[in-house]
Ligand binder design. Sequence first.
Ligand code: SF4
Length: 493
Amino acid sequence: MPESRTVALVTLGCARNEVDSEELAGRLEADGWKLVEDAEKADVAVVNTCGFVEAAKKDSVDALLEANDLKGHGRTQAVVAVGCMAERYGKELAESLPEADGVLGFDDYADISDRLQTILNGGIHAAHTPRDRRKLLPISPAERQEAGASVALPGHGPADLPEGVAPSSGPRAPLRRRLDGSPVASVKLASGCDRRCSFCAIPSFRGSFISRRPSDVLNETRWLAGQGVKEIMLVSENNTSYGKDLGDIRLLESLLPNLADVDGIERVRVSYLQPAEMRPGLIDVLTSTPKVVPYFDLSFQHSAPNVLRAMRRFGDTDRFLELLDTIRSKAPEAGVRSNFIVGFPGESESDLAELERFLNHARLDAIGVFGYSDEEGTEAATYGDKLDEDVVADRLARVSRLAEELVSQRADERVGATVRVLVESVESADEGDGVRGRAEHQAPETDGQVLLTSGEGLSVGRMVDAKVVGTEGVDLVAEPLPGSPEWSEEAGR
Ligand code: SF4
């Protein structure tokens, strides 16, 4: 095995892909590969693709082409696609994109090192023919854990502890290698989804819902804390379902306090919550557990009943507003983000007005708006009442404008409040960016940030209390409070 073989991972898409990239990095490093940041300096550039919607697929293809352009200039000899788009299209992608020297699916992850070596040696790895991964696990959730041992589940790590290691013997290094020094890390809680939203292709390539064992999630969190991580974000396609295949649909409620108790962890955040599965006990735990932030990532997708039913989803404007009222009655400052699809087949002008009514009342902190586009293999792609592309584009522009205005207004409402900020980047004033971090109501990447007016004594990974003194769109401008324990400790040096 040559000592010097190097690999770079280029990650697109969501936080779930980031976890998968770190797992791949862990596997590769364990097998002697040297991880480098720059694709240019790597023998193999691995692009972890996203296959969610058209725009994401285009970005993934662009990243593959960009890596391919490095061949012949720098050190790069091979470009390999992994991730959702690679899994979803397999052979078809390999045929249509000869610039990629390899297309690997989830089943290849356990042997990633061998696959890359084969490709680097000029060998050919035949890409897989995609299959519906829901069929790999039993229909009955209770039977899935056993079957799950033989199914590739990216980000779940190996199911068995290495020989001689007792589950209680402290943080065992998971099959993961951090790719950046960020004080924030995502942790996989589960994979797959059992819901049947008519626009969504994810379950067909991510498979049926399967939870990770709580001991694995806890163990990985302890390990991350040892790596300097302060905030963990639990990720999966649907965190509200956690535990249903382990015989306890309320497992998230009992796991969260244990995660928050891990030494060194200052903040636990739960992403993707399915509105139809929200329950009072979960809201209580999310709003009352120290270090678990009152943050609600609820993808409502729409609020007009007609559209929601066509999407195979539940709810309506008033039920969603009631849910938000319940949350805010327990945690008035709770952060809420949501995504919406506009221009769904059959969406009328009055449906759109109903969505706007919801948005105007919901006081959301962050809003993602997407224009509907057909995803092959989904039920919605077969619907007959499609809207013209320009109508979808107009509605997207209209709702995006409204969303931008509303999240700025919501940010304004926070002026005068005290927020606890996790510092994520510190640059000197002449570098231009100052000190940035995130408050409890802001998730990494997708939401706003806090710009601190002073960086004195602050370093990345510190928590500081700050008073909000202004806003810049969705971002808050805040002044650190001298009484803040970590701030004083550092500033006093
Ligand atoms: S809940 Fe719906 S939108 Fe989300 S992953 Fe499952 S099927 Fe897709």
